[in-house]
Design a protein around this ligand. Structure first.
Ligand code: FE2
Length: 309
């Protein structure tokens, strides 16, 4: 897989309807998608969320909900969401979607409805290359111990449990956690705290390669910027992190692990420079994605699927 040479699927003069284009060309495109892990559709008449939805539905039976999410997102139509509502001043490091939990989507569909005038690129990388480049010493430790994700919902800067689990019912959350083997407790103020342990990598059978597949770096407190840390300390009078990651046995992950991993991520990042109405399809089990900082207005939407592609 060489991402730097990935091909853009351009519309023909008389073939600008992505829904029809996909219906008649998907068999051919699917091979390309499996090989490269991503497809960028450019020049099609995808003018609104309805066009986007129809294009997805032309090859997928089902679009999935964003449950147990980690980024602030709003549902805008059906099961289409804003890609993220994290401040434009913050870069989002590379990651594989929902790799911190047991249920993750296979395909990610991004739709660039409004392109920011400066920055705002989506970054992508080959997760098998990332895995390969992580030092053996780190990998051995992570593979053996795995990653623990700790979340304190509704305090600090994490989302509320109601928004994360799409429900107002504590009982439903508890049932969900039990089913998914997530350890949970409630604080005196009715806030939820969860702990779950998951893999550091997964094996992609099609590529016959192991890929980096976790979000230890995003959850770890070293990922919080200085000003936010100061603010949190002021509010909570102690070092408080509403999210954190540890090794699966509860021991601390040394900071230098993340310094090294973040360097590897940056080295492998490829900027996707959006054009208005671009659609990007990403295989979440092969390719990681992130976002550069930006200024001005940017509207990128996302939908997730598991079937067909
Ligand atoms: Fe993401």
């Amino acid at each position: 897989m060489n991402l730097r040479n990935f091909q853009i699927v351009k519309s023909g003069k008389d073939n600008k309807n992505l829904k029809f284009f996909l219906k008649s060309n998907w068999n051919k495109l699917q091979k390309k998608y499996k090989k490269n892990g991503l497809l960028l559709f450019r020049g099609f008449d995808v003018n609104d969320l309805n066009d986007f939805n129809q294009a997805i539905k032309s090859i997928h039976k089902k679009v999935v909900n964003y449950t147990e999410g980690s980024t602030p997102r709003s549902k805008v139509k059906g099961k289409i969401y804003t890609s993220t509502e994290i401040s434009s001043k913050r870069q989002i490091p590379l990651h594989n979607e929902m790799s911190y939990t047991s249920k993750y989507p296979k395909n990610l569909w991004f739709y660039a409805h409004k392109v920011s005038p400066k920055g705002g690129y989506t970054t992508v990388a080959d997760s098998s290359k990332i895995y390969k480049q992580i030092p053996k010493k780190f990998k051995n430790k992570f593979e053996k111990k795995k990653v623990m994700y700790i979340r304190k919902y509704g305090v600090g800067f994490d989302l509320s449990w109601q928004k994360t689990f799409n429900t107002q019912s504590k009982k439903k959350v508890e049932e969900y956690c039990r089913k998914k083997n997530i350890k949970f407790s409630w604080t005196k103020k009715n806030n939820l705290v969860t702990r779950q342990v998951h893999r550091f990598s997964i094996y992609n059978k099609f590529l016959k390669k192991r890929i980096w597949f976790n979000q230890a770096h995003l959850f770890h407190h070293s990922n919080i910027d200085k000003n936010t840390k100061i603010l949190l300390k002021k509010i909570f009078k102690t070092n408080f992190y509403s999210r954190d990651s540890k090794f699966g046995d509860g021991s601390d992950i040394p900071n230098d692990y993340f310094v090294k991993i973040n360097r590897i991520l940056e080295k492998n990042s490829l900027n996707i420079k959006w054009k208005k109405n671009d659609i990007l399809l990403i295989n979440n089990l092969a390719i990681s994605h992130g976002r550069r900082k930006y200024s001005g207005d940017r509207k990128v939407y996302v939908a997730m699927t598991n079937d067909a592609a």
